[in-house]
Design a protein around this ligand. Structure first.
Ligand code: 6GU
Length: 286
């Protein structure tokens, strides 16, 4: 089980943090391999222009399709093995394309489709185009993406990428235009770091503790409540008594109540889609 990430950007150094901490550990353990590619490598001529003025007028610049097209073609053609050169990992490990939760029966079905030459849409790599105009990135999407074998990120700058690049890429990729929130960044690079971290931490073996993401904020539709560690009293502030009781049922109930109260206060919109018990409603009224 392995995942390949490729990032195309005009600022490859921006993706340096992919090498660090959690993601770096996943690379070292051959769970993940990462290639970062300079878009200018596909720009012709001495000037190597990657952008041009927008048709229809208006401010800013639009990234050129004649540069993005070949870049995305080459990366799709290289597939899971990646292109030589700018790979963040020193050794490119052998990669397979098996979903980490794929059951044997399903795997047999898809290899039959391969044997008769059918082009299975799920064989195409996933192309993520970060843009403030995209669909909102969620924990559920992170969960879905964590099953992918090959994800390619296309980082736009300026006013974005010529839309035909995205439309044409659908021939070789499954394409998602994704936003990480309702604010505007200069380019997609930081969004790639956010999405990559949210996705990679869900791959089994990346986070030490398997149970830890079942209790994440959003996994049950609620925000997580507060946490405490030693000492029991710090600057006159006490750890809530119930957490010292050793009564697990009581602790679970208290945590649920804290999550409900916090969610009601900070993200009331989330409560509309959560199944609340009578006991939950009671907690919310107090
Ligand atoms: Cl994914 N990209 C850019 N450039 N800005 C954003 C964004 C993405 N998500 C929110 N703002």
């Amino acid at each position: 089980m392995n995942m390949r990430l490729d990032v195309v950007t005009i600022f490859p150094e921006y993706l340096e943090p992919l090498r660090h901490a959690l993601l770096g550990k996943a690379i070292e353990r051959n769970i993940l391999s990462v290639g970062v590619h300079n878009l200018r490598d596909w720009a012709p001529g001495v000037h190597q222009a990657v952008d041009d003025s927008p048709y229809g007028g208006g401010p800013g610049m639009v990234m050129k399709p004649q540069v993005w097209g070949p870049a995305l073609d080459d990366i799709a053609a290289a597939g899971m093995d990646g292109l030589g050169g700018q790979s963040l990992d020193s050794a490119v490990p052998h990669l397979d394309n098996v979903r980490h939760d794929q059951k044997l029966g399903l795997a047999e079905e898809s290899s039959y489709a391969g044997a008769v030459g059918a082009v299975d849409e799920s064989d195409k790599p996933l192309l993520i185009v970060p843009t403030p105009a995209g669909e909102p990135f969620t924990q559920q999407m992170a969960q879905e993406f964590s099953h992918e074998g090959h994800i390619v990120f296309a980082c736009g700058r300026y006013e974005g990428i010529d839309q035909r690049v995205v439309d044409d890429a659908a021939n070789r990729y499954r394409v998602r235009e994704v936003s990480i929130g309702d604010y505007v960044l200069i380019g997609g690079e930081v969004a790639v770091l956010v999405i990559a971290e949210a996705v990679v931490r869900l791959i089994p073996g990346v986070l030490g503790n398997r149970k830890s993401h079942e209790e994440d904020s959003f996994s049950d539709g609620l925000l997580e409540g507060p946490s405490y560690t030693k000492p029991r009293i710090w600057r006159g502030l006490e750890v809530p008594e119930v957490l010292l009781s050793g009564n697990h049922a009581l602790v679970d109930r208290w945590r649920r109540d804290q999550a409900l109260k916090r969610t009601a206060e900070r993200r009331p919109d989330l409560l509309e889609t959560v199944n609340l018990t009578d006991r939950d409603r009671e907690a919310l009224e107090h």
